[in-house]
Design a protein around this ligand. Structure first.
Ligand code: PLP
Length: 393
């Protein structure tokens, strides 16, 4: 029988308890959310600044769609490149002090298109082991020599850089803020290593933009690195920006090259112009409303202090991504179910998304959470600990 592996693979997934089900959101995306017809206090979105349902952004989206309609109707290189896209690209480039910016429809496509366009078979791509799947997939698809170095480990990276074949280009690729651990890449040291080995550095700061830096400018700029240090800077718009899409920032030459050779840029419909317009308002709010970042950092400090006091196992993260390590996959599901019964929605993340034995609840905070919301979460986690103590170590 043709394609018999479908049934077999699905069966294995289910037996392992790893079959993933979607829940349906029946409310706006916010900290109080209706999921599968029940009300929850949610700690799992990447809407860090609480902008996904912000009235000014919604208004901009409505106004722009009244003016321009909904669909872009074509790809950027045909007739889909709209004035609104142009305005957003310019605003992002100016904000980040980069020569130019190119918009993509999703972060997955930005990474796939960029890495596969730049690398040839004779080149080497070096990636942090914990990079986002879109970066790893891009490296594999590029056909270049593919190397993963130990997480945030400069020695491991340098050993692999030293072994890269002469004559090929070298591209170091890292998340800025790691999506499942919440820690940050040592970008200054990475930039130095790149310089010493005549390599380029690409940083995907999907979770850092809006959140890190005085004005939300992200990890790379807050560390004082420019286009000569980080030649390729990637951001996504579906997280702290609260809209959708992604961008790549870099030199004129890089952006010209991507617009000619990045297949996921060329062969796809441009994002709706109204999304670009709404994103421009989000960009202004990110810069102007520093209280969102201040409040977030108060929530994070409060959570960490209390959680560590309760002997919960946290990771060294100062970002709104605060994983609570549970270890065993089934235990993570038990905690998740128990929290749900208490009206708390926190996703359980299991292998293969994270390494075996490090199943976790991935807690994320939003500027729309209150200290009282964090206390409710802490009470829920305390109740989990009482039922199912986590073994030390
Ligand atoms: C979410 C994410 C992406 C993908 O972005 P989308 O716009 O959702 O496709 C890429 N890289 C990282 C690090 C991410 O966290």
């Amino acid at each position: 029988m043709a394609f018999a592996h479908l049934k077999k693979d699905l069966g294995v997934r289910k037996e392992q308890g790893l079959f993933r089900k979607r829940s349906t959101l029946g409310s706006p995306q916010d900290v109080n959310a209706v999921l599968d017809n029940e009300r929850y206090l949610s700690f799992c979105a990447n809407d860090y600044l609480g902008l996904a349902n912000h009235p000014e952004i919604v208004e901009a989206f409505q106004a722009a769609s009244r003016k321009w309609g909904v669909g872009a109707g074509a790809s950027h290189l045909v007739s889909g490149h709209h004035l609104e896209h142009e305005l957003l690209e310019d605003a992002l480039a100016k904000w980040l002090g980069r020569s130019r910016v190119l918009l993509f429809s999703t972060g997955y496509m930005a990474n796939l298109g960029t890495v596969t366009a730049l690398l040839r078979r004779s080149d080497t791509v070096l990636q942090d082991r914990l990079n986002h799947a879109s970066l790893l997939d891009a490296g594999l698809l590029s056909g270049a020599r593919f190397q993963r170095y130990l997480h945030n480990d400069l020695e491991s990276l340098k050993a692999k850089l030293a072994k890269a074949p002469e004559g090929g280009e070298k591209l170091i690729v890292t998340d800025g803020v790691f999506s499942m651990d919440g820690d940050v890449a040592p970008v200054r040291a990475l930039a130095k290593a790149a310089r010493e080995h005549d390599a380029w550095l690409m940083v995907d700061d999907a979770h850092g933009f809006g959140v890190l830096g005085q004005n939300g400018e992200g990890l790379v700029n807050s560390e004082g690195l420019d286009e000569n240090d980080v030649q390729i800077l990637v951001g996504t718009l579906g997280k702290a920006f609260g809209t959708a899409g992604a961008f790549v920032a870099g030199s004129d030459e890089l952006i010209d090259y991507l617009s000619q050779f990045a297949r996921s840029y060329i062969y796809t419909t441009a994002m709706p112009p109204a999304i670009a317009s709404a994103t421009n308002v989000a960009l202004r709010l990110i810069q102007e409303e520093a209280w969102r970042r201040q409040h977030l950092s108060e929530l994070i400090t409060h959570f960490r202090t209390e959680a560590l006091g309760m002997n919960l196992q946290l990771l060294p993260s100062e970002t709104p991504i605060q994983p609570v390590i549970v270890g065993d996959s089934e235990l993570a599901i038990a905690w998740n179910e128990h929290l749900k019964s208490l009206g708390l929605w926190v996703t359980a993340i299991r292998p293969p998304t994270v390494p075996a034995g490090s199943a976790r609840l991935r807690v994320t905070f939003s500027a729309n959470h209150s200290i009282g919301d964090v206390d409710r979460l802490l009470q829920g986690l305390c109740s989990c600990l009482q039922r199912w103590p986590v073994e030390a170590g």
